[in-house]
Design a protein around this ligand. Structure first.
Ligand code: PEP
Length: 251
């Protein structure tokens, strides 16, 4: 059975002390969440080690928001997958639309990042999603299909089974506009079908597909009730422990 997952992407928010306090609040509040819900938080790089110490002994897993597409060496400013694993991360978000949009990440870069993350024992949270103009032109299935084919489908079945997918329509991220459960549900089903065509139904049935884009306590329950939506990747609402945990309680 695939996992129910709620993951918090803190993006470039919180100073170290605030991040540590937020992590402590989340740990405390997480005791009330159903045991079968996996909780992941993705603080900024600078917080990973100390937040990781706070999470020790708790049920919350640590993720980074990105990693380098090279193993090690003269790549000033980059952080490798191996470094993240050694700092306590079990997951890494890859292909977030903000990385694609502002930092020029493309499918070629993402294939390297996916492989290097997996080689270092990290589970990627691989993000896909269409822009507003693509949705308005009715090309959302085509865009998401291409993002899967060009990057994810370069992986072996064994590798893909370690990946979590996040469908995040770009027009819904940080805008307050959420995809309806119908809009999200049909893309999630499409993603699962594509995976089953490439890797077989058992693999597709085991992969968690999260929804992301202005997900909050007031809309999470309806989204999570869709058969192919296995949880959420949460941006803004993950910066408040009470909201993050309220979302995790929406299954
Ligand atoms: C995100 O960026 O991953 C995200 C889903 O952001 P928000 O929840 O703020 O829309």
């Amino acid at each position: 059975m695939r996992k129910k997952i709620v993951a918090g992407n803190w993006k470039m928010n919180t100073l170290l002390q605030d991040g540590e306090n937020l992590a402590k609040d989340i740990v405390k509040a997480s005791e009330a969440v159903r045991d079968d819900v996996t909780l992941i938080i993705a603080p900024p790089f600078t917080h990973l080690h100390s937040v990781g110490m706070i999470l020790e002994g708790s049920r919350i897993l640590l993720s980074a928001q990105n990693c380098a597409d090279m193993d090690k060496g003269a790549y000033t400013g980059e952080v490798s997958a191996g470094m993240l694993a050694s700092a306590g991360c079990s997951h890494v978000i890859l292909g977030h639309s903000e990385r694609r949009e502002y930092y020029g990440e493309n499918s070629g870069t993402l294939v390297r990042k996916l492989r290097i993350a997996l080689e270092n024992g990290l589970s990627p949270v691989f993000c896909v999603g269409e822009r507003l103009e693509e949705r308005e032109a009715g090309r959302h299935f085509e865009t998401v299909g291409r993002q899967l084919e060009e990057a994810l489908f370069a992986l072996t079945r064994e590798q893909v089974e370690k990946v979590i997918i996040a469908y995040e329509p770009v027009w819904a991220i940080g805008t307050g506009k959420t995809a309806t459960s119908g809009q999200a549900g049909e893309i999630h089903s499409f993603i699962r079908k594509k995976i089953s065509e490439k890797y077989g139904q058992p693999t597709a049935d085991g992969i968690s597909i999260l929804y992301g884009g202005s997900c909050k306590p007031s809309n999470a329950a309806e989204l999570f009730s869709m058969p192919d939506i296995d949880g959420g990747l949460i941006g803004g609402a993950s910066l408040k422990a009470a909201d993050f945990i309220a979302i995790a309680n929406c299954f």
